[in-house]
Write a protein that binds this ligand. Structure first.
Ligand code: SAM
Length: 277
């Protein structure tokens, strides 16, 4: 395996995760939409703001910010997701939102001029070297500029992910993504967030805990279809009967979480704010 920085995440987001997110972007976005309002209100875009969106993915939140801000630049390591974000910007007639393929930790960041705000909606937890990445983001900000991140809290607060992984894994012992390395839970520990951001130079670091229902699908069949494609690697190498039993367990889990508004689980995030002095 290559030891280049972020090699694993680059491969993932240009491979299986990039395809899953491109194909099912609207499903993912509906899943975590319960946090949109709080995130956008923390970003609080102003009409003259130049905003850098890190790990902008399919671009939905960047496009929402561009409705108010002067200009938004999205950077993302995933070529397929940058392609989707560009198509969405074009369809929305937004030439004030541009999307660039770049690794925010390693590659030079677009430097039109210093950014007023650096923001990230679930896109800043995947760095091999978070201090190096946030130091680069700190330097991209103007003095007095602000940082706003939305990150997942720990596995125990996010059954929408952990219970699904356990149900799906044939041994019931699914590997839970780490809280101290590149993973959806990579910035879930408040002490780690504070130490990384302080080491990068940020001040006034504040974390606000949020909770919202996570929408996993319209009904159990929809949720199973979506989840099984997204996590198909977990079932690779198992025989058909074992895979069938895993999907049955998953379906039963989703059935237990069915509500009139769809399949819902509890989920929790951190809204992180900091600034460059
Ligand atoms: C969970 S997705 C979130 C996408 C989008 N912000 C959203 O909320 O819909 C995480 C994104 O971070 C991107 N990413 C991961 N590592 C990155 C890096 N080193 N530099 C830039 N983007 C990265 C991935 O390609 C992916 O699009």
């Amino acid at each position: 395996m290559s030891t280049a920085p972020n090699a694993e995440q680059r491969a993932r987001w240009n491979g299986s995760s990039g395809s899953a997110w491109s194909e099912h972007a609207e499903h993912f976005e509906r899943g975590y939409a319960g946090f949109d309002a709080a995130y956008l209100s923390a970003v609080a875009p102003r009409a003259d703001d130049l905003v850098l969106d890190v790990g902008s993915g399919p671009g939905a939140l960047a496009l929402r910010i561009a409705e108010t801000a002067h200009r938004v630049v999205g950077v993302d390591v995933s070529a397929p997701l940058v392609g989707l974000a560009r198509r969405r910007a074009q369809a929305a007639g937004r030439d004030d939102a541009v999307f660039v393929v770049a690794d925010a930790q390693v590659d030079p960041l677009p430097d039109e001029e210093p950014f007023d705000a650096v923001v990230s909606h679930f896109g800043s937890m995947f760095f091999d070297d978070p201090v190096a990445a946030f130091t680069a983001l700190f330097r991209a900000l103007r003095p007095g500029g602000r940082l706003v991140l939305l990150t997942w809290q720990g596995p125990e607060r996010n059954p929408w992910q952990v219970e699904v992984l356990r149900a799906l894994h044939p041994d019931g012992e699914a590997p839970i993504p780490p809280t101290d390395g590149p993973s959806p839970f990579g910035l879930s520990d408040p002490a780690r967030v504070r130490s990384v951001l302080s080491a990068a130079g940020f001040v006034d670091v504040a974390l606000e805990g949020l909770r919202a229902p996570h929408w996993s699908g319209a009904d159990p069949d929809d949720a199973v279809r979506f989840t099984a494609t997204h996590h198909e690697a977990l079932l690779e190498g198992y025989d058909e009967a074992t895979q069938g039993r895993a999907l049955e367990r998953l379906r039963a889990l989703f059935a237990a979480h069915q509500t009139p508004d769809g399949v819902l689980f509890d989920s929790a995030t951190w809204l992180v704010r900091a600034s460059r002095p």
